[in-house]
Design a protein around this ligand. Structure first.
Ligand code: DGJ
Length: 739
């Protein structure tokens, strides 16, 4: 990888940089306008220090062959006067020249509200042949106040993580009113925002609209379960709405598990400014002299070849760098939540453990309801916080269940919701000051519960202790499902000195606990659940191996939901369970769940013999194809929102093995796959065989004709999976001849 700096008056060879790994450039060396180019495999992000020493963003798009030509980019635009020279600021300060939405606004120690940020120096650190870290120091010329911008670039994945660090040595505290992670500036003839909204069981509903002049804000103020109504992931198409394999599109999201805010502003020059960071709602931050405030990272990738490429870049990046154990393996499981809810005891569980073995999955997952004695957890209105086994349900404790699991040669996992408390609990009685509430106001509950105050180190110890205690007592425990069902009302900590820091300190407290857990238990698989998908983001996924996309497991709904999640998150992280939701047959339900990390939450005992046989065989099939689903590239072939048939292909890296999932999503009379479906991501020269797998007992494959096709044929003419109302779900295995 190379890193280019083009100076109007001098040009620096990058040889030394590549050999030393670090290069530092300072203001003293640079007399006139400086270009800082951050190239990746296909793109370049170009910044310019202008004559006034302001850092501006001049280009983000396909990279040029001749890097010196980036100097000419701005000159070919004939847009309106910008009046400030700051509209394309790479980090817009407020209160001086700025006339638009700022990235940062502050009050200095002397009470002044103005901020100007000028370029001081920049450094590039090459971490390896893929990853580099560019940092650029900006300083207020009047005050001792600096902001350092960080751009971590993943060359092969075309992904950038961007964040900022703020520091000052003023004579007193500075108040940060707004402190964005990143401020992008893009040019195009129009911008289309694809955003998501949701609620319980309705996660990841896409909505696309053209951005008009002014500001569109995506944000949350829920504190915990922060994504419930709106996740931070979004797409912006430039020039025209991007399609799967065409168009320029930026995917973005904030790596933060609390309140976020992303402003998308089409400015007076018709350019798009994107400013993303922690939501400053109720969160003025008081920064002491010498203290450093580091924002979370804003994550983005740009594709000029449509959404498919952007999603594969994001997924590969996640598996390689962010998701815990992204290249590792996962456990298939049987969960008891929908089979028993709170109503179980040792003997019921003993049967479920046998069923786990009978089904052929790796693990049994015991869900909610196993704990609390004074206020037993027999419903969602009591017991949360009292993490001792319920003596009536489990007189011999978790240890005996783990032993029983072992007797059945399966592993054992358990559900917890350690950040939460029911008012009807011993924990609440003992530690009312550990609970987030306004003591002068009525308590207000979400699912009959309140959130514990993770800004308080004692509460952090308690939450860590819940997990550590379980593992210490039960070293064989194989898995944790970490739930989080409430949002924060009455955001107030009994112990935090500055309540304006509350929302930020909550998330930091959560991360401190997760850090400690991972320091001691680096790889134990943990599922990130939040009454469904109310929490998933890439900061949290550093600590979790998978997430729960939604309690809605109706497979028809899931086809749409998983489709949308897959743009941002890899299949290995998506926990998909077969349940009794929806009207589809077991084959359909199982096939859909196989598109990620497979699990079951059904009463195995009640399955008809053929249904059971089908599931057992499907699990065996899954075990043979799971490396492709977990580590392969995902190609969206036929969009359920646009067609009666949904189709998704997973292909391994060498393009030799793949799996295609096909579903009927429209049940009107006579609907079927009339046309062949075009495949993608194959080697045109290779010959492939296509075979149907996961057939329901007693049914025959209806695919006729030749079974060998070239990749060229399959990508130009396609293949018909023969989906129709009597074949609503078809899984095809595609294999290159000779492997
Ligand atoms: C919400 C989760 O999404 C469910 O899967 C289940 O674990 C319940 N909580 C248990 O209370």
């Amino acid at each position: 990888m190379s890193f280019h700096l083009v100076f109007n008056s001098l040009r620096i060879s990058l040889f030394s940089l590549l050999f030393t790994g670090i290069s530092l450039f300072t203001n003293a060396q640079i007399q006139s306008s400086v270009f800082i180019t951050l190239p990746s495999q296909k793109n370049a992000l170009v910044l310019q220090v202008n004559e006034k020493k302001h850092l501006t963003m001049v280009y983000y798009g396909k990279k040029l062959s001749n890097t010196e030509e980036y100097q000419n980019v701005s000159g070919v635009y004939k847009q309106a006067e910008d009046y400030t020279g700051q509209l394309n600021s790479a980090y817009t300060p407020s209160g001086s020249l700025n006339l638009v939405e700022p990235a940062m606004s502050i009050t200095h120690a002397d009470g002044d509200n103005s901020l100007d940020l000028k370029y001081v120096s920049h450094t590039l650190k090459q971490e390896n042949d893929d990853v580099s870290l560019l940092s650029i120091v900006l300083k207020d010329p009047v005050y001792n106040f600096t902001v350092t911008l960080f751009y971590k670039s993943y060359f092969k994945e075309d992904v950038i993580e961007q964040w900022s660090a703020v520091k000052h040595t003023e004579k007193g505290n500075v108040i940060l009113h707004k402190y964005a992670s990143a401020n992008l500036h893009l040019k195009g003839s129009g911008y289309w925002l694809n955003q998501y909204h949701g609620d319980w069981a309705k996660e990841m509903q896409p909505e696309e609209s053209k951005l008009t002049h002014g500001i569109k804000t995506l944000d949350t103020k829920l504190g915990t379960r922060a994504n419930l109504f709106q996740p931070s992931v979004f797409m912006v198409s430039i020039g025209q709405p991007a399609k799967e394999d065409e168009g320029t599109v930026l995917f973005g999201s904030l790596e933060w598990s609390g309140n976020f805010r992303t402003d998308l502003e089409v400015d007076l020059q018709d350019n798009l400014r994107i400013i993303s960071g922690i939501n400053n709602y109720a969160s003025d931050y008081t920064l002491k002299p010498q203290e450093e405030f580091i924002t979370p990272a804003f994550l983005y990738t740009l594709s000029t070849e449509g959404k498919g490429v952007a999603s594969r870049n994001m997924q590969r990046w996640a598996r390689n760098y962010k998701l815990l154990d992204g290249k590792g393996t996962r456990l298939t499981l049987l969960n008891n939540w929908e089979a028993t809810y709170f109503d179980f005891n040792e003997s019921k569980l003993a049967n479920l453990l046998k069923d786990t073995k009978k089904l052929g999955v790796d693990m049994f997952l015991l869900d909610d309801g196993w704990f609390a004695n004074k206020y037993p957890r027999n419903g969602d209105n009591a017991g949360l916080g009292d993490w001792q086994e319920n003596k009536e349900k489990l007189p011999n404790g978790i240890a005996s269940l783990i032993k029983e699991a072992d007797n059945n040669q399966v592993k054992f996992g358990i559900w917890i919701e350690p950040e939460m408390v029911n008012p009807k609990s011993e924990l609440y009685e003992k530690h009312p000051d550990w609970v987030i509430k306004e003591s002068k106001r009525d308590e207000y509950y979400f699912r009959n519960q309140l959130v514990l105050d993770l800004t308080n180190p004692k509460v952090q110890d308690f939450v860590y202790g819940v997990v550590d205690g379980l593992f210490t007592k039960n070293p064989e425990l194989a898995y944790i499902k970490w739930d989080c069902n409430a949002v924060i009302y009455n955001a107030h900590s009994a112990t935090l000195k500055n309540q304006s820091h509350f929302y930020i300190e909550y998330v930091k407290g959560l991360y401190k606990v997760l850090e400690r857990i991972r320091a001691k238990y680096p790889k134990v698989p943990m599922m990130l659940c939040s009454g469904g998908g109310g929490r998933v983001d890439y900061a949290a996924l550093q600590y979790f191996t998978e997430f729960w996309p939604s309690d809605n497991t109706d497979p028809l709904e899931r086809i749409f939901m998983q489709w949308e999640y897959s743009y941002f998150y890899p299949a290995i992280a998506s926990s998909n369970h077969v349940t009794d939701w929806g009207k589809q047959p077991i084959k359909f339900r199982t096939d859909v769940a196989m598109m990620g990390k497979l699990g079951f939450d059904i009463v195995v005992d009640k399955l008809a013999a053929d249904d059971l046989k089908y599931c057992q065989d499907a699990i065996k099939n899954y075990n043979s194809i799971k490396p492709i689903i977990w580590q392969g590239e995902q190609y969206r072939l036929s969009n359920p929102a646009e067609s009666a048939v949904a189709a998704m292909l997973y292909m391994n890296e060498s393009k030799s093995s793949g799996v295609i999932f096909n579903y009927l999503v429209n049940y009107r009379y006579g609907v079927k796959s009339t046309l062949p479906i075009l495949l993608k991501g194959l080697d045109p020269a290779k010959k492939y065989t296509i075979e149907e797998i996961n057939l329901y007992p007693g049914t025959k494959c209806t695919l006729t004709g030749t079974k060998v096709y070239t990749g060229d044929f399959l990508m130009k003419i396609g293949f018909n999976p023969d989906v129709n109302t009597s074949r609503t779900s078809v899984i095809l295995k595609i294999e290159a001849a000779g492997g």
